[in-house]
Design a protein around this ligand. Structure first.
Ligand SMILES: Nc1ncnc2c1ncn2[C@@H]1O[C@H](COP(=O)(O)OP(=O)(O)OP(=O)(O)O)[C@@H](O)[C@H]1O
Ligand SMILES: [Mg+2]
Length: 380
């Protein structure tokens, strides 16, 4: 029997916490192996970061020439921070010894004069700072690093840029994107995997013809994980910890939260915690109730930020109304006019409460949807 908790959420999932994604792994791996850039878009917490770590691990194991470098743009607020972080991470990934990093960095930078700093653990804490005035004049030496190193070392660097939508917040973002694109599109020996949430921002960056990253690579939209896989996973995690659950109930846990990866793991954990030996519907209900209680305050606050019209529209969506701009729906929910429905919908999308999938408007957070219907609207 295992001692650790059998479900994991809020962190990257690996090994036995990682469910399926076989098709995505095969497709993305083959694109990257052919040096085709990949862009992956999905709402928050559907499993983008975990997927790329998994792909990296598999490809690096199979092919010693491939090396993944992970760059999380969540940590960078402007162009200057980006360049320093980018250069540091590319060099850190490509060379393991600090002497080598120093020596190589000095060789690569001919115009930009780098300064180095090492922390208490020189294998981990290594960073480069650069003269911003010089970088602004020409960032070429930095942006070409992946290509130059790949070529020189005879390796294939895969540069993974996570939370990429963050660059939309940089000053002069468009200009910056143009610079990235101008250098990166000439690269032949390395490739780029770009992913992020905030679907609308990502779609804007990659799908608009007028934007620099248009047709930079293959654009993929991540889907959720099928109920069948969750059913097996949940049942096996219960079994491993000496508890029982029928496959049908395991499937129903995942279905309750629309098979959303993060929430399936979270609800399964909550149900597992209240299960002594055998899980029945009672334990599922209790596990769900505990989660709803836990989030009550946060969800209430979320509603405080909505106008009455937005709230009414949310009710109509929660009840599965499809013709939101139809006269009958407008009257029934007090939505004022079709123009105001459209405005409210836009606002709810901006606030990341709802989004459109396969032409259907849905709540992004399945737990919030349950709370909204059962606690707020008092429907059962
Ligand atoms: N393949 C998977 N198998 C099992 N659980 C998963 C899987 N992918 C994601 N999850 C669940 O979803 C959570 C979020 O995963 P991850 O951080 O990889 O998603 P993300 O899309 O990168 O999220 P964010 O948008 O917040 O960066 C994980 O902690 C885990 O609970
Ligand atoms: Mg992520």
């Amino acid at each position: 029997m295992e001692n650790r908790l059998p479900f994991k959420y809020g962190k990257l999932v690996t090994e036995d916490f990682f469910v399926n994604r076989e098709n995505e792994i095969a497709q993305i791996s083959s694109l990257l192996m052919s040096k085709i850039n990949v862009t992956l878009i999905s709402p928050r917490r559907w499993g983008k970061s975990s997927l790329f770590f998994k792909i990296a691990k598999e490809l690096e194991r199979k092919n010693p020439k491939i090396k993944f470098c992970f760059i999380d743009l969540f940590k960078t607020r402007n162009e200057r921070e980006f360049y320093e972080y980018f250069a540091s991470e590319i060099i850190k990934t490509s060379y393991s010894k600090w002497e080598e990093r120093l020596e190589q960095a000095k060789a690569f930078f001919k115009h930009l004069i780098p300064r180095f700093s090492f922390g208490t653990d020189p294998t981990q804490d290594f960073s480069i700072s650069l003269d911003w005035e010089e970088v602004q004049k020409d960032p070429q030496e930095i942006l070409n690093l992946p290509e130059v190193i790949s070529q020189q070392k005879g390796i294939h660097l895969v540069v993974c840029l996570d939370e990429f939508q963050n660059i939309a917040h940089f000053d002069d973002s468009l200009d910056f994107q143009k610079k990235l694109r101008a250098y990166w599109q000439t690269h032949q020996h390395c490739s780029y995997a770009i992913y992020g949430s905030k679907q609308h921002m990502m779609a804007e960056i990659f799908e608009k013809k007028s934007m620099p990253f248009y047709k930079f690579g293959e654009i993929l939209f991540l889907s959720k994980i099928d109920n069948e896989h969750w059913k097996k996973y949940i049942a096996s995690r219960f079994r491993k910890t000496g508890k029982k659950i029928l496959p049908k109930l395991a499937a129903s846990i995942a279905k309750t939260v629309d098979n959303h990866p993060y929430f399936v793991q979270q609800l399964a954990n909550s149900v597992w915690t209240v299960t002594k030996e055998t899980c029945t519907q009672t334990e599922i209900d209790l596990g769900l109730k505990n989660l709803l209680d836990q989030y009550d305050l946060i969800f209430s606050k979320e509603l405080d930020g909505l106008s009455n019209l937005q709230l009414n529209l949310l009710k109509a969506i929660a009840l599965g109304e499809e013709k939101l701009t139809g006269k009958a729906t407008i009257k029934k929910y007090g939505l004022s006019s079709s123009a105001s429905v459209i405005r409210s919908k836009e606002a709810l999308v901006q606030k990341e409460i709802i989004d459109t999938f396969n032409q259907k408007i849905t709540f992004l957070d399945p737990l919030f949807k349950i709370w909204f219907k059962t606690i707020y609207m008092k429907l059962t």
